[in-house]
Design a protein around this ligand. Structure first.
Ligand code: NDP
Length: 299
């Protein structure tokens, strides 16, 4: 069986297009421009690339982008003061503090200082609680992107057996909550799970969010299952060890031979993350102004 390849790049472009359309309506009908503020502390190269891409895509969607680049040694009190200013700024509807933060900063204190209504990463403890209790929240972008792809592929997910490998606060746990919200029967697996192969083989939907290159082989996958590979791992290139390439947490070739559908790496979940950040910013803006929420762009 050859799996359907779920094209995250194309799907993300579609989501960005939907966001841009609704942003244009907000602008013309209400004179409102959604704004996203991104705070970057330090010069971590990967974070700089993410922040640049976020800024570019925010502007392309017709939104306002506010970038705040702070020195790596910026005291926590100064970061908190900036967050307080952004909370109070009516032009800012979404605030994202790029993680990781330097070691001298208490990341939880900074994240929990963000106004939950502007917390477009969905990491604030209030949004975590709202999601966990099935209430209207801002939802972490990567799992939201996975959910959108699954809904797009399957329609109704109700009653499906879902296994999420990984229990991090940013991917595994919110992913499991979202699948539960869509009435899947959900298992969360982790490093202490016994007989992970058998657990994975039960899954109609298998989400891998581990950070270990190719750890899930094809014989862990139930024939016909949908495999969502969240992992982004940089490994030596097979043809040239001086170069690197990106691979996921599943062994793509053997899993694609068994699965019904699968996301590739790169070009699967990755592009959906920024698309969902834009969607969350639009949602936060609509909620702030008491307007109808965008359809198809929320959990
Ligand atoms: P974390 O390191 O925070 O969590 C990894 C999870 O995997 C933990 O729960 C851990 O279990 C579990 N785990 C580790 N080893 C095993 C094992 N041998 N068997 C079963 N479970 C195991 O990672 P993240 O959730 O932050 O990220 C996961 C992956 O997703 C990474 O590759 C990351 O780069 C990628 N990612 C991709 C994004 C995107 O935009 N596409 C966004 C965010 C992350 P335990 O809790 O027991 O230690």
């Amino acid at each position: 069986m050859a799996a359907t390849i779920i094209d995250g790049k194309a799907f993300a472009a579609r989501v960005r297009g939907q966001v841009a359309e609704q942003v244009a309506v907000l602008r013309t009908a209400h004179g409102i421009v959604p704004g996203l503020a991104v705070v970057l502390v330090g010069q971590d190269p990967a974070s700089q690339v993410y922040v640049r891409n976020k800024g570019t895509q925010t502007v392309e969607a017709g939104m306002a982008s506010f970038e705040h680049k702070l020195d790596v040694a910026t005291p926590q009190a100064e970061i908190l003061a900036l967050v307080a200013r952004l909370n109070a700024d009516p032009a800012v509807h979404g605030i994202l503090v790029q993680l990781p933060l330097p070691a001298h900063v208490d990341a939880a204190a900074v994240i929990n200082a963000i106004d939950p209504a502007k917390d477009v990463d969905g990491f604030h403890i209030s949004n975590v609680g709202l999601l966990g209790t099935g209430q209207k929240a801002l939802v972490p972008c990567t799992p939201l992107g996975c959910l959108m792809m699954l809904r797009d592929h399957h329609g109704d997910l109700s009653g499906m057996d879902a296994v999420v490998v990984g229990r991090s606060n940013i991917v595994g746990k919110p992913m499991a909550q979202l699948l539960l919200g869509d009435s899947c029967t959900v298992t969360i697996a982790h490093s202490r799970t016994r007989d992970l192969r058998e657990v994975c083989r039960r899954a109609d939907i298998l989400v891998a969010a581990v950070g270990r290159p190719g750890m899930i082989p094809g014989d862990w996958v139930k024939p016909g299952a949908t495999v969502i590979d969240v992992g982004i791992n940089r490994v030596p290139h097979p043809d040239d060890p001086a170069r690197t390439r990106l691979v996921g947490d599943v062994d793509f070739d053997s899993c694609a031979a068994v699965a019904g559908a699968i996301t590739p790496v790169p070009g699967g979940v990755g592009p959906m993350t920024i698309a969902c950040l834009l969607a969350n910013t639009l949602t936060a803006c609509c909620r702030a102004h008491g307007l109808a929420e965008p359809t198809g762009l929320t959990a």
